[in-house]
Unconditional design. Structure first.
Lengths: 528, 433
């Protein structure tokens, strides 16, 4: 059925080519990229600062010029013409090529940095050496593969951010949100940590810390080496450590209560930032089927449980037993974790029981029982906490979730699975925020009475794969844990049906069918 | 078990089926010759424009029908025998029913123009229309220019569609401004300017005389009433739709323009009902026309009829009129009644406000003598349905509506507000008695 329709569209050969200016802009951008490729293949550029600048400026210029040529000659408004006709944005040939290239880049970045020219002791080579001048300028030291990655990542968010702003220049919500992710990426994720590391000396060392990168997205924040560094760095370090804890336990719940998880996921977060900017052309590729939603709920919450277990085990492993030395001992910590989880579990079951779906009930009980049983087992039989060594847990999380899921699959597969695969299926931070958003938040997407025509633009362009239409056509508000509040459903709606709002908790979830204009008595029957 | 047969799988038929299923376990069969599954007719344009694939405009996944035991049958009903309660298919075979719901919707109205049967002359109502447009106007090489006859909602959709494939579009509109038979002049003129700004050759006060053929029986050009010949590959007929009821010609079901029904949506024949675009109220409800080709009225009729069929007789009782559309980049919503210049009631006065950008405007109708609020047209500013519905029911005054306009705003967060500007314009308008 679907293939027939696809062919029907494709036989039409609608215009999908780009204009002359866009061709020139693409060429400039690709030449900039080619410089990086040549450096990757060990071409030793003579004047590195010049070539690096040239390359980055050309990539940025190419992207921005391409966007102005694409959008500025058109009226302000929705720009989705031909999305499903273009190879790159409809899982065609170029989508696969791009996906494979980006995936390979991630594989090399994570596991074979030597091919990028990283030399542990001695002068860097290849592409990493090309970035040495910029690295020295910012942090005083030579570049690493992560510096190369961070620079390109920031460049992508900035340049594609401008593209996004031009595309949605009629929509102030989208513009502000994009300025925000650009600001946080450039300032918090890139410049501040680089400049902070300038403060490091032999006697003083702070861990590389992107302040907006909160545990559990920043799953390594409480690992021993970092905590040691924080503590040994005196008041500043201690302040940062406390900030890290406060971020997840105090700041996050307050902001999520007031604004929904969007304050983080589509206004601040770097992963979200890349998805919203560079990933925007692929947002419609997210899987909208109900089965995908079922898988999503199990996978993302399993990752959350995994990161909680892993972090608990890691912290537990380096804490002491002697309470006279330091109040936070292994036992105090483990009991606190158990108490906290129990409180959250009981709180939800006592106050929010009716809002839990069947699988959420099964899942929450199962995971709770398993965690508490494992902790009990540790105390009663003395077996290793969670039966697996903390270091093994840490390494497997870092490999499977930190690298493979968030990087290789999360970004490499943008052109195939859409831009928010990691955020939707994997990110434990999104799971926590989503849990709060679903149960304790003022945020919702309001629908506008009976105006919905079930056209499907909202669902199609939802990067999180939410079937927005299913709610809108019934007049129901959309209150979903996964919604990152990007606002695109509201933007693409041709009938003005959807609005992102923070409002009172009362009637936030209206599970009744509302069709304004029809007989009120009838509606009470329909809703029975 | 009672067997409910529904002809037509559009919004009316599917809503009826869903709600009957919600409250009963009757056997339900849905017949369609058009498409395998329910799709959003109003979204046809987005498939041609490449915003969505066909499957994206289907609101329910394919497992939905089996899971809710809604039997789907593909076939064209060519004869309805109400004596034996049997439907006969064009493809052969027949099916019996206990209760029959006719929800066959609309089809394009043609006005007996010479050449209207040529290849490339079409409306945009059905899936087959979409396929034909794809066939005859795939790109601007096959079809460098298209002419659209009539300027309604489907007309502007077609113009936008063809425009995305760089096909030159000429639009012939009978009135002096776009959709001026429905919109007040200032609204209509702003939309005309917007359509022209998109590069559409919009011709006012212009009508079709005849359509000329090439040697292959394909449209070659059209001739206007002033004798101008315009070459084109496709002619879009968007002068309106009419109930699709030709298959009932030899049945005992009473029809006029549409299938005549009472407020319970019953036809003259027992156990036969009609809902949606194909139904015609024996007596018009309020200012609503007896035949309403609107998405949400189909839905409401489906809901009301489901109750009746399941033993709780319910009258179709649409509340305050509302509707919405989009003209290229300008969104339009309307609540209550705002009449065009030609249909304006003698008791009706209107207040207009237009933004300097020429992309936003509102028109508010009220009663001359007592200032009672009658309705609003809003362009480029989203408003809340629920609030206007309430104000209409509460019979608020135009002053009250203007003063409280902010409450009704539904634009996304951080959007610029225009209430102050509107209030100032309202306060400063010349007094008319």
């Amino acid at each position: 059925m679907s293939t027939v329709q696809r062919n029907m569209s494709l036989t039409g050969e609608p215009p999908k080519t780009i204009n002359t200016q866009q061709k020139i802009a693409s060429a400039i951008g690709l030449i900039g990229l080619a410089v990086l490729f040549l450096a990757f293949f060990n071409l030793n550029f003579p004047n590195k600062p010049l070539w690096l600048t040239l390359s980055l400026v050309m990539i940025g210029t190419g992207i921005i010029w391409f966007s102005t040529a694409a959008y500025l000659n058109k009226h302000e408004g929705i720009k989705n013409d031909g999305v499903y006709f273009k190879s790159l944005s409809s899982r065609g040939f170029w989508a696969w090529i791009l996906g494979i290239i980006v995936t390979l880049f991630y594989v090399v970045l994570y596991w074979f940095p030597q091919y990028l020219g990283l030399v542990q002791d001695g002068e860097n080579k290849g592409i990493v050496s090309l970035f040495d001048p910029l690295s020295k300028l910012l942090n005083g030291g030579p570049a690493s593969q992560w510096f190369v990655y961070g620079t390109l990542y920031t460049l992508a968010i900035l340049a594609f951010g401008i593209k996004f702003i031009l595309k949605y220049r009629h929509n102030k919500y989208e513009k502000l949100r994009t300025f925000s992710v650009m600001f946080f990426q450039l300032g918090f994720a890139f410049l501040i940590p680089e400049l902070m590391s300038r403060l490091n000396s032999d006697s003083f060392k702070l861990p590389y810390y992107d302040l907006k990168n909160i545990w559990p997205l920043n799953y390594y924040n409480f690992e021993q080496y970092r905590v040691d560094e924080f503590i040994s760095a005196g008041d500043i370090g201690l302040g940062l450590l406390i900030f890290g804890i406060v971020s997840i336990f105090i700041i996050t719940p307050i902001l999520t209560y007031k604004y929904g998880k969007r304050w983080y996921c589509s206004w601040v977060c770097g992963c979200g930032g890349l998805a919203e900017t560079a990933g925007d052309p692929f947002r419609h590729l997210s899987d909208k089927r109900q089965v995908a939603w079922k898988v999503e709920r199990w996978v993302i919450h399993s990752v959350l449980v995994f990161v909680v277990l892993m972090t608990t085990a890691v912290i537990h492993s380096y804490l002491g037993d002697d309470s006279s030395k330091y109040w936070l001992t292994k036992d105090v910590f483990l009991i606190s974790v158990a108490v906290l989880l129990t409180l959250v579990f009981l709180g939800v079951w006592i106050f929010k029981r009716e809002e839990l779906q069947k699988d959420a009930r099964i899942g929450s009980i199962a995971y709770f029982v398993i965690i508490i049983a494992l902790i009990a087992l540790h105390y009663t039989t003395g077996k290793t906490l969670f039966l697996i060594e903390a270091e093994t847990l840490r390494q497997s999380y870092g490999f499977m979730i930190g690298a493979v899921f968030s990087g290789v699959i999360g970004v490499g597969f943008y052109p195939i699975f859409g831009s928010r695969v990691w955020c939707r299926f994997g990110c434990p931070m999104a799971a926590i925020l989503g849990f709060q958003q679903r149960l304790f938040s003022r945020f919702r997407i309001t629908t506008n009475g009976g105006q919905c025509i079930s056209c499907g633009n909202c669902s199609t362009y939802c990067e999180m794969g939410i079937d927005v239409r299913a709610y809108a056509q019934k007049g129901e508000n959309i209150v979903r844990s996964s919604c990152v509040g990007c606002g695109i459903c509201s933007a693409v709606c041709p009938r003005g049906v959807l609005k992102l709002e923070n409002g009172s908790l009362e009637k936030r979830i209206n599970s009744n069918e509302i069709l304004l204009g029809n007989d009120l008595d009838l509606m009470s029957y329909v809703n029975k | 078990m009672e067997h409910i047969v529904i002809i037509g799988n559009g919004i009316a038929g599917i809503t009826a089926a869903r709600h009957i299923r919600k409250i009963s376990d009757k056997k339900i069969t849905i017949i369609s010759a058009e498409a395998d599954h329910f799709f959003s007719r109003t979204a046809l344009m987005y498939v041609y424009m490449g915003h969505m694939r066909w499957r994206d405009i289907e609101p329910y996944e394919s497992w939905f029908w089996g899971k809710n035991s809604l039997e789907l049958k593909k076939g064209y009903v060519e004869k309805v025998d109400t004596d034996t309660q049997t439907l006969y298919f064009k493809e052969g075979g027949n099916i019996g029913y206990d209760k029959l719901i006719i929800a066959t919707g609309s089809t394009t109205s043609f006005y007996d123009w010479e050449g209207q049967d040529l290849k490339g002359v079409q409306g945009l109502v059905s899936k087959q229309d979409l396929e034909n447009l794809e066939k005859y106007a795939p790109n601007n090489k096959e079809c460098p220019r298209a002419v659209i006859i009539g300027g309604g909602l489907i007309g502007v959709e077609m113009a936008e569609m063809l425009h995305t494939r760089n096909i030159e579009v000429t639009m012939l509109v009978r009135e002096s401004a776009f959709w001026a038979g429905t919109l007040p002049k200032p609204d209509a003129e702003m939309i005309s300017r917007h359509i022209i700004s998109h590069g559409v050759d919009l011709r006012h006060n212009s009508e079709l005389d005849k359509i000329l053929a090439d040697e292959k029986g394909h449209v070659r050009s059209i001739v206007t009433k002033t004798g101008e010949e315009i070459p084109c590959g496709v002619v879009g007929i968007t002068t309106g739709v009419k109930p699709q009821i030709s298959f009932l010609k030899n049945s005992k079901i009473e029809t006029d323009k549409g299938i005549l029904v009472n407020r319970l949506l019953e036809t003259n024949i027992k156990n036969v009902y009609a809902i949606g675009d194909c139904a015609q109220q024996r007596e018009a409800i309020g200012n609503r026309p007896p035949v309403e080709a609107v998405w949400y009225t189909g839905r409401m009729m489906g809901e009301a009829l489901a109750q009746t069929i399941c033993g709780k007789p319910f009258e179709y009782n649409p509340g305050n009129w509302f509707n919405s559309a989009k003209f290229f980049d300008i969104e339009y919503q309307t609540y209550g009644w705002v009449f065009s210049d030609s249909r304006k009631k003698e008791y009706e006065a209107q207040f207009h406000w237009k933004c300097k950008s020429d992309l936003r405007c509102i028109t508010i109708s009220y009663k001359k003598e007592n200032g009672k609020f009658l309705g609003i047209n809003t362009f480029g500013i989203r408003m809340k349905h629920e609030v206007f519905d309430r104000w209409l029911n509460e019979k608020r005054s135009v002053d009250y509506v203007i003063q409280n306009l902010k409450q009704a705003n539904f634009d996304p967060e951080f959007f610029k507000n225009y209430e102050k500007e509107i209030q100032a314009a309202y306060a400063n308008q010349p007094v008319t008695v």
